[in-house]
Design a protein around this ligand. Structure first.
Ligand code: PBG
Length: 339
């Protein structure tokens, strides 16, 4: 046997604090709890559930099902839910008028959930026209171009009907210029001074939104159309900071970066620069990727989901919008009761 000379040894051994589970927990720099999770839900006008092929495990929920799922979210301690409508195609028009109907699917759902659950969970609604427009764009279209200033009054009215229904957080995802200030002004003028604005401030023109567009039924309508004239180009980084600065100056209470995993660098820059509540959206395509790989047995679903969510926390996100929210909250609970 070769008689190796032992040492000299390193004085610093990184492995000491990694040796036991208790030691690893003691030095953990980041934590993930159910309070960091926001659950996006799709609703349709009817009863029961509708499958979404490109989002396996995520269904569109009928009126009876939303009640059950929100109950589950409250029980799991999830902070908030975001409600997205699969609007009946017969109600989609060029001018997206259904968006400002105080009795549209989203408003009815918000009233139902508020009545049943009060303030035990936060309610978030998107402000954008795509679930209501026949062309699938987030704003009004004139001569083939999504027009900014003409769209803003519609967005303001959309925010008002949602606030009237009981929405706690208005989340403009449309990326029109100046809409945060305009919406803040009209909310305040209508007495909704306590309604928050979570701005989709750094939102990229991303191919990862595909399954979401299937879920709200806008992919066919958009048909090859692009959102590149208003959503940011994936080439941009400084520009995201500019967007966030504007939205904060206009009155946003919190900001969002979207998509999530491919844009963690942006999450970190936003958090470091502005030190405001910062959220990331692990979007539908990210959910679909992990789910598909797990279904094939290529990835461990639980391990990858939890690692991805911790990565958002490490990057500086205060919270994550994720379709994995209830599963993750359940796993967090189980791991807490074990340790
Ligand atoms: C609507 C909106 C989109 C998403 C959230 N709000 C799609 C888009 O901008 O085309 C995407 C969410 C997801 O992919 O999970 N403006």
């Amino acid at each position: 046997m070769t008689n190796f000379q032992r040492g000299p040894y390193p004085a610093t051994r990184m492995r000491r604090t990694r040796r036991h589970d208790w030691a690893r927990r003691m030095v953990a720099e980041n934590q993930l709890s159910a309070s960091n999770l926001i659950w996006p839900l799709f609703v349709f006008d009817g009863q029961g559930r509708q499958r979404i092929d490109s989002l396996p495990g995520v269904d569109r929920l009928g009126t009876d099902q939303i009640q059950l799922e929100v109950e589950r979210a409250v029980e799991l301690g999830i902070a908030a839910i975001a409600i997205f409508p699969a609007t009946d195609p017969s109600l989609k028009t060029e001018d997206a008028a259904e968006a400002i109907n105080p009795d549209n699917l989203v408003c009815r759902t918000v009233r139902q959930v508020k009545q049943a659950f009060g303030d035990s969970i936060g309610l978030i609604c998107d402000v954008a026209l795509d679930p209501y427009s026949s062309h699938g764009q987030d704003g009004l279209v004139q001569d083939g171009y999504v027009v900014n200033d003409e769209t803003i009054p519609v967005l303001q009215q959309q925010a008002i009907v949602q606030a009237q229904a009981g929405c706690d957080i208005i989340a403009p995802s449309d990326m029109m210029d100046g809409r945060i200030g305009a919406i803040r002004k009209s909310l305040d003028a209508s007495g909704f001074t306590e309604v928050q604005i979570m701005s989709y401030a750094a939102k990229y023109a991303s191919a990862f939104y595909g399954p979401f567009r299937d879920a709200v039924g806008s992919s066919g309508n958009l048909a090859g159309g692009s959102k590149a004239t208003y959503q940011q180009s994936p080439t941009q980084s400084d520009e995201a900071l500019h967007e966030v600065a504007l939205d904060l100056a206009e009155g946003a209470d919190s900001v969002m970066v979207k998509p999530g995993m491919p844009y963690l660098d942006i999450v970190r820059r936003v958090k470091d620069t502005f030190a405001v509540p910062t959220y990331a959206y692990q979007v539908s395509g990210e959910y679909a990727m992990i789910s598909a790989a797990a279904q094939n047995g290529w990835l461990d679903r639980k391990a990858c989901v939890m690692e991805s969510l911790m990565a958002f926390r490490r990057a500086g996100a205060d919270g994550v919008l994720t379709y994995f929210a209830p599963e993750a909250a359940q796993w967090i609970r189980e791991s807490e009761s074990q340790s």
